[in-house]
Write a protein that binds this ligand. Structure first.
Ligand SMILES: Nc1ncnc2c1ncn2[C@@H]1O[C@H](COP(=O)(O)OP(=O)(O)OP(=O)(O)O)[C@@H](O)[C@H]1O
Length: 306
């Protein structure tokens, strides 16, 4: 069995002359939570819709669950919560999930039990007989999640699952995503909420203007440019301070900050400090947040294209 739930090499989607996806390569490991991040209009929804053949890709090389993209039986193993999903206001939550089970061809003998289990999972059992029209946005999203899971999918795509959901609801949705991963499912989450993705995703890709500009584990991405802070006992003496600044370090009082690939990169600084008799009080690695990596990557790509 392939280790990749999704493995695409060259995915393009053009709307007329506009290239919404400009040759995407992406690998999503099975059983992982994958976060696709990007500013508005980056192409996240178009990417998901192309994988699900809701829009027809202009060019597509790659596979999902070991089969070619668009393979019908494979699409039956996929769940999907679209962005801004809307269900009829006159149906109750239970009816929406039951109706979705029918569409997914879940045998009638199993549908009722499955709907109950999913309503329980998303915390909507208590409100399951109230009409959708009376639900808050967060409750609608939970019903949307339940319908996305009704066919017990191997991969589930969630497009902005926490959009409009309050902080408490977001935490609950995060827990549901973690549960899905614990059950062995692959979860593909589109989001522009970086902090949230940072907390749940095993791997992320950052997308801008139809291209993937970064991809890897959160640790890889946030580690790429580690900043180190070295603090001395008392302020850094003047001749040393000028020297450090002349080689691109920042010095403020007793703190020297520098960028380095890893801890080896800070050894010359430590050697120099000790040679000059300065006592070191603290050394710490200050990792970039995913948000800092995101902003820097998107800006860098913008400059490249300008
Ligand atoms: N049917 C369409 N016809 C023409 N252009 C489209 C169509 N659908 C999307 N686009 C364009 O493709 C680009 C990517 O849109 P997409 O909805 O995939 O972005 P997104 O990253 O999901 O953004 P958001 O976070 O705002 O939902 C945008 O410039 C959008 O205007």
């Amino acid at each position: 069995m392939s280790e990749a739930a999704i493995d695409i090499e060259q995915l393009r989607k053009c709307y007329g002359r506009f290239e919404a996806l400009a040759g995407i390569s992406l690998m999503v490991p099975r059983g992982s939570v994958f976060g696709l991040l990007g500013p508005n209009g980056a192409g996240k929804s178009t990417l998901v819709k192309s994988l699900l053949t809701i829009v027809r890709p202009t060019e597509c090389r790659g596979s999902m669950l070991g089969e070619k993209i668009g393979h019908r039986q494979t699409l039956g193993k996929v769940g999907y919560l679209p962005e801004h999903a809307r269900f009829p206001d006159y149906l109750t939550g239970r009816q929406i999930v039951a109706y979705s089970a029918g569409l997914a061809k879940v045998p009638a003998s199993m549908a009722r039990e499955r709907a109950e289990r999913l309503l329980e999972l998303v915390g909507m059992k208590e409100w399951a007989d109230r009409k959708n029209g009376t639900y808050s946005k967060g409750m609608r999203q939970r019903i949307g999640l339940a319908q996305a899971l009704v066919n017990e999918p191997e991969i589930v795509f969630l497009d902005e699952p926490t959009d409009g959901v309050d902080p408490g609801g977001r935490i609950e949705i995060r827990k549901i995503i973690e549960r899905m991963r614990d059950e062995g499912r692959t979860v593909f989450v589109n989001s522009h909420l970086l902090g949230e993705v940072e907390q749940v995703a095993d791997k992320v890709a950052i997308m801008a203007r139809g291209r993937i500009i970064e991809q890897g584990s959160i640790a890889d991405l946030t580690h790429q440019e580690s900043r180190y802070e070295v603090r001395t006992v008392g302020p850094v003496p003047m001749p040393l301070r000028s020297h450090f600044e002349s080689v691109g370090m920042r010095v403020a009082g007793d703190t020297i900050s520098l960028l380095a690939d890893d801890a080896h990169g800070i050894q010359p600084l430590i050697d120099r400090l000790r040679r000059e008799g300065a006592a070191i009080r603290e050394i710490r690695e200050v990792r970039s947040s995913l948000e800092e990596v995101f902003v820097a990557s998107v800006e860098a790509q913008g400059r490249e294209e300008a």
